[in-house]
Ligand binder design. Structure first.
Ligand code: SF4
Length: 281
């Protein structure tokens, strides 16, 4: 039976096979059902998400709720208790500030307590609207007709229901034809960006409304079937502003589960290879 997103679903079996390796690997990274325990490769269970109850489902600076079942080990993201290049957890969109005056907080990406002075490779600068003096630079703009995708060089304006964009802290703005190119750029900016400045904002098309939505707080269904959405560039992660829309999306097919719904911070080189491997060095 076709779902409402599908154009051709007769290739499901082949595409499920194509996506199974990376999806399983990602699900493994995201941990078990309750998030309180992880299983080592040797099968030894260790309790690692030890946080006071006040943090278990607390809200991060970006407004996202912490899910104890979807956290990553500190070592997976090279977490360190010290800042790096002036970036630290207290300024990260995923940080949950101190709630009990013990000087540490938590995170909606990484398990356990988190030092405000810490840092990991999923750092995304939090845009503090009360202190921002340049909201225009932190908002999406119209896509210039001649803007080329920063990853694949196609004209972003040719894909009005798919294109995306990002802005760096130095106001360098880039456009993308699709969510797949945008998330690849986020995962490996060193291969495509003309600036070393942090990515300060990223917007993608919600697959429900096709409006541009905040990509740093969106939920991405790791689609593997290029025909389901008639994707440009063959296949793309499917972004949704609301988690319930992402859940409804994966529920409509057999080859995706809620384990295949991730946030922007989950996009790493492995996923970049899955979606745009042909464009990476
Ligand atoms: S994602 Fe990384 S940098 Fe951001 S708050 Fe969590 S641990 Fe810190």
């Amino acid at each position: 039976m076709k779902d409402r997103y599908s154009t051709r679903l007769d290739r499901r079996t082949m595409l499920a096979l194509f996506g199974s390796g990376s999806a399983a690997a990602l699900a493994g990274c995201l941990g078990g059902d309750d998030g309180a325990e992880t299983t080592t490769p040797a099968g030894t269970e260790t309790t690692s998400d030890e946080v006071p109850d006040a943090y278990r489902t607390a809200t991060a600076l970006n407004g996202n709720e912490r899910d104890p079942g979807s956290l990553v080990a500190k070592s997976d993201l090279s977490y360190q208790p010290e800042p790096k290049n002036g970036q630290q957890c207290s300024g990260c969109a995923y940080y949950v500030p101190d709630k009990n005056d013990d000087g540490v907080g938590a995170c909606t990406i990484v398990e356990g307590t988190i030092e405000p002075t810490g840092y990991c490779t999923s750092y995304v600068a939090h845009e503090d609207e009360t202190s921002s003096g340049d909201n225009q630079a932190r908002s999406p703009t119209d896509v210039p007709q001649d803007a080329q995708c920063a990853v694949c060089n196609m004209k972003a304006a040719n894909f009005p229901t798919w294109n995306a964009q990002a802005v760096h802290a130095d106001d360098t703005r880039e456009f993308f034809c699709t969510s797949g190119c945008a998330t690849t750029y986020y995962a490996v900016p060193g291969e495509f960006a003309d600036t070393d400045a942090d990515i300060a904002g990223l917007w993608v098309r919600d697959m429900e409304s096709r409006d541009l939505v905040d990509g740093t707080t969106a939920y991405y269904a790791l689609e593997t079937d290029a025909d389901r959405l008639d994707d440009p560039m063959r296949v793309n992660p499917a972004p949704f502003a609301a988690r319930e829309d992402a859940v409804a999306y994966v529920d409509e097919v057999e080859y995706l589960t809620e384990d295949d719904i991730v946030e922007l911070a989950a996009f790493d080189r492995e996923l970049a290879e899955q979606y745009r491997g042909q464009l990476l060095e």
